[in-house]
Design a protein around this ligand. Structure first.
Ligand SMILES: [Zn+2]
Length: 673
């Protein structure tokens, strides 16, 4: 067999190993190794994203029902930004905004499962070009590499590569595992300045905190997850301390958006743009710039002893020139410019955010426009886009029925001031329009790839409680249905989806039918109803619902895909092929269509055509184990044994539990001997 040849152990390789060992040892003691260094290395940067974390649930932001001592410890020798707003209350758009320092409407990523096109200017790409080592460790599926945020990262650890099974928990990786992987990487990679990004997804539903935590925070599962994340970060900060990284690195902790937790009738996030889902924490812990000082993160015990105090000023870095707290409202798109300006690098021209460094040094705070949006209700149901502007104490929300809040006096946003403050509202509306006009991309700039939903993403969205988004519609305007007025329908829809995901298909069918009886234009309800019918093996009923969906939107990719799949499932290859061909007419790179047509051609014995379709499917979704496997079978039929072996092996590399691929590979290898 053609195995990996063994390297003989020679004196030369022994020398190399010894040199390597010395090098690794030196890395283990960075302070001593660098004491004699000629020039100070640039600080490393560690970005910690705690997904779905409301600022007001951290004790350093004033929460009293749970202590988060380890996160709070970052504020000592650090700067807490008290009024940071996310640009979009949705995971992928918010992170893309942060890493590219651009607005969602400008960069085109407004929903989960879209794909950030190659060539984006991200903070990671900028620092990689500056010879930083870059690595990311991802806790949740929405930032999987397939969605494009991996650009600029030399290591991007997101173990969500195989097509996800319909179990939401499989789309999360617990904080402890994410941080352990990051620690392992740091142990081998902190010889040069680095950018490390860790993404902790535990606070995102569905909850699954370890058994010890319900007693720690009996008030809510959300707080239990937060207690677990805080503990995990405590271990991580201890690790950073042992390696001296707490002194050498700029540590930035933030969240991508908050969580409704019932505020404004919203339990999760994404639908509205109130403070509950936009107000996020942002803490910069500055590296120590002097040889001595107390800015080091406090150890776990001392932190725990600090009890419920919000900040312990005696732990302040005596040489720190930074403010403890900045009250001025600012944006997540300001994070990347702040990091670059701290490192002494100029921001790329495409960045739209402002460095917060001067503010952090106690400088004057110019009043800034802080923009947020959600096009979820628009893209999902065809209702109005919500756009908001925070400036000073007010937040204005542009909608068919606009709103204005004084968030300083009314942080819960219970009193819409618009009827009495019409002049303020009008000026905010003008500023909002001007901001959108300033940054709006030129027509055609948003490429079709950027708005496409990544292949295979639909199932995963559903299992996380979202219903998948078809390609966002182009035009923006605030006419149409106000999402406020359809909250009931939306919640009912979420509930029906929950029934469908928890095996209560009959109940889900009844619920979706009731929604459609009230609102026959609710296109996603037809599609979800069809899915539930299919789950109950009522294929023809499912097909009828999809035809109704396609009557409302003839170019609905998801409805066409599912309709083709239904005909395939009932063995009607003619109808299946017709639907998939129809789909290719308006979505020529669609994975499902090519995969389905590949299967049909294979069963008809048209192996050349089948291979072409499977290759097209792989062009759309290179990590599809199924497509590699099917292509392997076709190549085997065509007597291209080596190519077949390679495809089967790739399928297994992607999904090591792919039993059929393993069986086929074994059969083929044993035949070849
Ligand atoms: Zn998120």
């Amino acid at each position: 067999m053609d195995g990996v040849s063994e390297h003989p152990f020679t004196p030369l390789s022994a020398l190399l190993i010894a040199a390597l060992l010395l090098f690794v040892l030196a890395l283990g003691f960075p302070q001593t190794a660098r004491a004699a260094g000629t020039e100070a290395a640039r600080p490393s940067v560690i970005l910690i994203s705690i997904d779905t974390l409301r600022a007001d649930h951290l004790s350093c932001y004033g929460y009293t029902r749970l202590q988060t001592p380890h996160i709070d410890a970052l504020t000592r020798g650090g700067t807490l930004f008290a009024e940071i707003y996310s640009q979009a209350p949705i995971t992928l758009p918010s992170h893309v905004s942060l890493f590219t320092s651009t607005y969602p409407f400008a960069n085109g990523i407004r929903e989960n499962a879209q794909v950030l096109p190659a060539g984006a200017v991200t903070l990671a790409a900028v620092l990689a070009a500056r010879d930083y080592g870059t690595a990311a460790f991802i806790g949740g599926y929405f930032l999987d590499r397939r969605f494009g945020l991996a650009q600029g990262f030399q290591t991007y650890d997101s173990p969500f590569e195989t097509r996800p099974i319909n179990a939401a928990l499989g789309l999360k990786r617990p904080a402890g595992q994410v941080l352990e992987a990051a620690e392992h990487w740091l142990e081998n990679n902190d010889a040069r300045p680095l950018l490390l990004f860790v993404h902790l997804f535990d606070l995102h539903q569905p909850y699954d905190a370890p058994p010890a935590y319900p007693s720690r925070a009996p008030q809510s599962e959300y707080d239990q997850e937060l207690a677990y994340v805080d503990d995990s970060l405590g271990d991580f900060f201890e690790f950073l301390g042992r390696r001296g990284l707490d002194r050498r690195a700029l540590v930035v902790l933030f969240s991508d958006h908050g969580e409704g937790l019932g505020d404004h009738g919203e339990s999760t996030h994404g639908y509205f743009i109130y403070r509950s889902t936009l107000h996020v924490p942002l803490i910069f812990h500055w590296p120590r710039q002097e040889k001595s000082g107390n800015s080091k993160l406090e150890t776990r015990n001392r932190t725990l002893e600090s009890g419920d105090s919000v900040r312990v000023s005696s732990f302040q870095n005596p040489v720190s020139s930074f403010a403890e707290r900045v009250e001025a409202p600012a944006s997540l798109i300001d994070v990347a410019p702040t990091v670059l300006s701290f490192l002494g690098f100029p921001p790329p021209a495409r960045f739209c955010g402002h460095s917060l460094l001067e503010l952090a040094k106690g400088g004057d705070s110019p009043l800034r426009d802080v923009y947020s949006e959600s096009s979820y209700a628009h893209d999902k149901f065809g209702w109005a886009v919500l756009r908001g502007l925070r400036r000073g104490d007010y937040q204005y929300i542009d909608a068919p029925r606009p709103e204005l809040y004084d968030v300083k006096r009314d942080p819960g946003q219970l009193h819409n001031l618009l009827p009495v403050q019409t002049a303020v509202a009008a000026s905010y509306r003008e500023r909002l329009a001007a901001l959108v006009a300033t940054y709006h991309p030129a027509p055609g700039a948003a490429s079709s790839t950027s708005s496409a939903v990544a292949p295979g993403a639909a199932e995963s969205l559903r299992s996380l409680g979202y219903l998948d988004i078809t390609a966002p519609r182009a035009a923006l305007d605030n006419s149409g249905v106000d999402p406020k007025d359809r909250l009931f329908e939306y919640k009912r829809y979420l509930m029906a989806g929950h029934l469908a995901r928890t095996g209560k298909a009959e109940e889900a069918v009844a619920e979706f039918q009731a929604i459609l009886a009230d609102d026959p234009r609710n296109l996603p309800a037809y599609i979800e109803l069809a899915r539930s019918e299919v789950g109950l093996h009522r294929y023809l009923e499912g097909a009828n619902q999809l035809k109704a969906a396609l009557a409302l939107d003839p170019h609905n990719v998801e409805a066409e895909e599912l309709l083709g799949d239904i005909w395939l499932a009932v063995g009607d290859r003619g109808r299946a092929a017709a639907e998939f061909q129809r789909l290719l007419a308006f979505a020529p790179h669609d994975y499902e269509a090519h995969f389905g047509l590949g299967l049909i051609a294979a069963r008809r014995g048209q192996s050349a055509e089948a291979a072409a379709h499977f290759r097209a499917a792989l062009a759309a979704s290179p990590r599809s184990a199924e497509a590699h496997y099917q292509l392997g079978l076709i190549l085997e039929d065509q007597n291209q044994k080596q190519e077949a072996l390679r495809e089967l092996q790739t399928a297994l590399d992607i999904n090591p539990h792919f039993a059929e691929a393993r069986l086929e590979l074994n059969r083929l290898t044993s035949h070849s001997h």
